[in-house]
Structures are given as structure tokens and as C-alpha cells.
Ligand binder design. Structure first.
Ligand code: SF4
Length: 171
């Protein structure tokens, strides 16, 4: 029995760093919120459906509340009228959070070079991954999600905290 307990412990206990455990769980449980305004929003459905299967990356729990999401996917044309809504949604998401700009319209306004259209969401919010295409292929969106996973794996809870409190002190 004693031998069994020893063998059991050595088989089941894993040592790691807190950052690595948290980053591993964050990167494989991204909860996306899709701000879909046009055809790229339809293309995202293909990313999420069975053929491309976003759940292989642990990112299938699409949220409709920004407070429950940590990955904002902006998919479509953003007009100046919609810009304050997008900014508000981004601001309502808790840290840590990431942004994918999906498609030519979200990245640069696309071919809507006119007075109604925001010429890229990075005029408004920080973007982690730009996905080119009109619309992008589902594989390209999955590639962006994998890049976000890599970013999440390099975060540090301690550094985040220091930055946060430094920001509070500097304010
Ligand atoms: S990039 Fe192309 S497919 Fe995507 S929203 Fe703009 S026009 Fe539609």
C-alpha cells in the first residue's frame, strides 16, 4: 500500500510556475466576442463550424457580453457611427484581452475609402493580429488565434500587476 502511495504521488504531481499554469489555461480557453458587421461576420461562422472547428483551439465559447470575453474579433466594415460602440465594447472587456482585426475592412477600411467608414480599427483600439483578405480564409483566422495563444503564453501575472499598480500610481 505504501509503495502504491509513493508511486501514485510521483505519477500525479506536476511542478510548474504560476505564470505557466495560468498562461496555459488562458491560451487554451479564449472566449471570443465577435463584433460582426458585414460579410466577414458570415465568414467567421465558417471558422466556428464543424469543418474548421475553432473548438480544436479551445476558443469555441463565443460570448455576447464583452464582460465575459477576452478576445475581440472585429469582422466587417466599421462606420464612424459604429465606432463609439466598438470602443465601448472594448473598454468593457476585462484584462487581459486581445483583439483580432479580421479582413480588409476592419484592418484599413477596405475599398470603403469614404467619409462614413473608419479607415482601420487601430485608429480606435489596439490590435494584436491583423488578418488580411476580403474575406480572409478560415485558416488565416485560425492562424491569428494561434498567434494570440502564443502571446498569452508569454504573459506574466506579476509583470501585469506591477504595470497596473504603476499606472495607478502614475495617474
Ligand atoms: S473585408 Fe470583404 S468580406 Fe470582409 S467585410 Fe469587408 S467587404 Fe466584406
Amino acid at each position: 500500500m505504501g509503495l502504491g502511495v509513493e508511486a501514485g504521488l510521483s505519477d500525479t504531481i506536476v511542478t510548474t510556475r504560476l505564470d505557466e499554469a495560468v498562461n496555459w489555461s488562458r491560451s487554451y480557453s479564449l472566449w471570443p466576442m465577435v463584433f460582426g458587421t458585414a460579410c466577414c461576420g458570415i465568414e467567421f461562422m465558417s471558422v466556428a463550424a464543424a469543418k474548421y472547428d475553432i473548438s480544436r483551439f479551445g476558443a469555441e465559447v463565443v460570448r455576447f457580453s464583452p464582460r465575459q470575453a477576452d478576445l475581440l474579433i472585429v469582422a466587417g466594415t466599421i462606420s464612424y457611427k459604429q465606432a463609439p460602440i466598438l470602443k465601448k465594447i472594448y473598454d468593457q472587456m476585462c484584462e487581459p484581452k486581445w483583439v483580432i482585426s479580421m479582413g480588409a475592412c476592419a484592418c484599413s477600411g477596405g475599398f470603403y475609402d469614404n467619409y462614413t467608414t473608419l479607415q482601420g480599427i487601430d485608429e480606435l483600439i489596439p490590435v494584436d493580429e491583423y488578418v488580411s483578405g476580403c474575406p480572409p480564409r478560415p485558416e488565416a483566422v485560425l492562424d491569428a488565434i494561434m498567434n494570440i495563444q502564443k502571446k498569452a503564453q508569454n504573459d506574466s501575472i506579476l509583470v501585469d500587476r506591477v504595470k497596473k499598480y504603476k499606472g495607478i500610481l502614475d495617474a
